[in-house]
Design a protein around this ligand. Structure first.
Ligand code: SAM
Ligand code: FES
Length: 351
């Protein structure tokens, strides 16, 4: 094994210089994937957890320059799901073996805290053995506490980039990295399983930015880490930027797995969008989660964060069966379980 990978696997860390050289070459890729896969197998075996993604609104008050559902995109057709529609997505998902539902959307003030709490507690009442994950942007600590009291278990909020100057290049001045980070710390304090992450190959991103992302994640120690390639969208200010690559994304999935052996790391839809076998390759590089879509087929084509998003025409059941086959072919198996994060302590008890 090359010294640098051995060190990363053994200590979970590298110097900035070592990280830069590992990220900057494809020389170690095969060995890196293999070592990351061994690390995931030692904690999670071949289990793959599925999360049913319910994209409940594509209205957003923000104007992130990279995002297809940004407020300023007048070409986007907007929709909102009612609580009843969300419950019916969850019911379909439950029948298909999903035990985690992820409510994701733009930052849409139409949904008051009261409405969100009713949706969360409604799902929990119907499916008490399921986890509810929320992912609709920055909220006050008070709001996060209200959702938690209503039964929410997890929250996904990518930090997007840990470098303040880079953050300002990706977002309008009304948004700040400090606010976003504060949300993540608040969520942790409340007790959520927290997810964060970043886009790979976003406009203006440098290797130093990526190292800052890795350092921030080491500090935050999230339960879930979501990274996927940036993919350009034709109706955003970043339409002319190149998308991120599969190779760099996979390399970073492996680095993150070795830094965070216990984390839940998805093989993202964006990875499956830039390469037909992207999600399978993600699993083989250390990912252990997939997040198929449970949104009603009628609205899927409107939740377009980037161009050419996959699975926008399929029924939930089709996606589920397609994924079963893909995961099995890659050498893993989907399990029907909530799929909570494992911890070193839990492993010690189990041994
Ligand atoms: N509004 C919530 C938030 O800001 O966290 C959740 C929805 S947001 C669309 C979910 C994630 O999509 C973002 O965190 C971002 O990383 C990713 N995303 C947005 N535009 C993208 C693009 N063009 N390519 C790849 N990922 C993108
Ligand atoms: Fe709000 Fe993308 S700008 S979800």
């Amino acid at each position: 094994m090359s010294g640098i990978i051995e060190k990363l696997a053994g200590t979970g860390d590298l110097t900035d210089g070592e990280l830069a050289s590992l990220i900057g070459t494809d020389e170690h890729d095969g060995e890196l994937y293999k070592t990351a896969d061994e690390a995931r197998r030692s904690v999670y075996g071949t289990d793959v957890y599925i999360r049913g993604l319910i994209e409940f609104t594509n209205y957003c008050k923000n104007n992130c320059y990279y995002c297809g559902i940004r407020r300023g995109n007048e070409k986007a057709s907007r929709y909102r799901l009612t609580a009843g529609q969300i419950f019916s997505c969850a019911d379909t998902g439950y029948e298909l073996g999903f035990r985690t539902f992820v409510l994701q959307g733009g930052e849409d003030p139409h949904y008051t805290d009261e409405m969100i709490c009713e949706i969360v507690s409604g799902i929990k009442r119907r499916h008490a053995d399921c986890a509810v994950t929320l992912s609709f942007g920055e909220k006050s600590e008070e709001s996060f506490r209200a959702y938690w009291s209503a039964g929410a278990d997890r929250y996904l909020l990518r930090h997007e980039t840990a470098d303040p100057a880079h953050y300002r290049m990706l977002h309008p001045a009304s948004m700040s990295l400090e606010d976003r980070k504060q949300c993540l710390w608040n969520l942790k304090k409340i007790g959520y399983q927290v997810g964060s992450g970043f886009m790979v190959g976003s406009p203006y991103q440098t290797v130093a930015n990526i190292i800052a992302d890795l350092r921030f994640l080491q500090e935050l120690r999230p339960a879930m880490i979501g990274i996927g390639p940036y993919i350009s969208h034709k109706d955003t200010p970043f339409r002319d930027f190149a998308s991120g690559t599969v190779e760099l994304t996979l390399r970073l999935v492996s680095v993150l797995r070795l830094m965070h052996p216990y984390a839940l790391i998805p093989a993202t839809t964006a990875l499956g969008t830039i390469a037909p076998d992207g999600r399978e390759r993600g699993l083989k590089a250390g990912a252990n989660v997939v997040m198929p879509n449970l949104s009603p087929t009628s609205v899927r084509k409107y939740y377009l964060l980037y161009d050419n998003k996959i699975c926008t025409g399929d029924e939930a059941a089709e996606c589920r069966h397609c994924l079963d086959a893909r995961v099995a072919l890659a050498g893993y198996g989907i399990v029907v379980a909530r799929g909570d994060v494992k911890t070193r302590e839990a492993k010690k008890v189990a041994v």
